[in-house]
Design a protein around this ligand. Structure first.
Ligand code: MG
Length: 207
């Protein structure tokens, strides 16, 4: 896919994941940005930065905007969905806990694997039936269902569109389910959305 103009991420959108990090569930969506420079494709390496000792995988359902969206309601937001794609919201957990802003923890180069393809998701596509799995070296670490999101995809897009205009090609990462954990050099991490694809990336240490 083309590099998105912006990447809007949602934090703590599954109750079990908020619990595992010791956070209360948010009363409204918790959003942050990842820089487009963090995007890598299927097969490219996630580089562990020297600044972190605890880089973790976050398998997520990604939504790609098909049309412009501004201050929309949920119905218009649903109509603006262009497609669905696997995303890994790679996170330096130690830096996230140290910094009030998550820009550093979420923003290193290679920290946003996206792919392998965007599955078109028109009006008849059932977004609530989506599931996401994350495997490390073949072992399942995360398995979430869109129906377990605290805020569903149309609600997320509507909320975000009230803050910033979403443009065609923008990517929204809809939050990670429970089971996040560390990555080490030599690992292979996979994010799978059944029916959409498998995003597979090796992990290497910084040179
Ligand atoms: Mg995330």
């Amino acid at each position: 896919m083309d590099r998105p103009g912006k990447i809007v991420c949602v934090g703590r959108n599954y109750r079990a994941h908020a619990d595992e990090l010791g956070h209360a569930v948010p009363k409204e969506p918790l959003i942050f940005l990842k820089p487009p420079s963090a995007v890598i494709a299927d097969g490219e390496a996630i580089v562990l930065p020297a600044a972190s000792r605890d880089v973790q995988h976050e398998g997520e359902i990604g939504v790609v905007l098909g049309s412009r969206l501004k201050a929309a309601d949920e119905r218009a937001a649903r109509a603006a969905v262009g497609g669905v794609v696997c995303v890994n919201d790679v996170t330096a957990r130690d830096l996230q806990n140290r910094d009030a802003q998550w820009t550093r923890a979420k923003g290193f180069d290679t920290f946003c694997p996206v792919g392998p393809r965007v599955l078109p998701a028109g009006p008849s596509f059932d977004l609530t039936g989506l599931e996401v799995l994350c495997r490390v070296n073949g072992a399942v670490r995360q398995h979430g269902r869109a129906q377990d999101m605290l805020f569903g995809i149309p609600a997320l897009l509507a909320y975000i569109s009230g803050v910033m205009t979403l443009e065609p090609g923008d990517l929204v990462a809809t939050g990670t389910p429970a089971g996040v954990g560390p990555l080490a050099p030599g690992d292979v991490v996979e994010v799978e959305i059944p029916g959409v694809g498998v995003l597979r990336n090796p992990v290497v240490a910084s040179a």
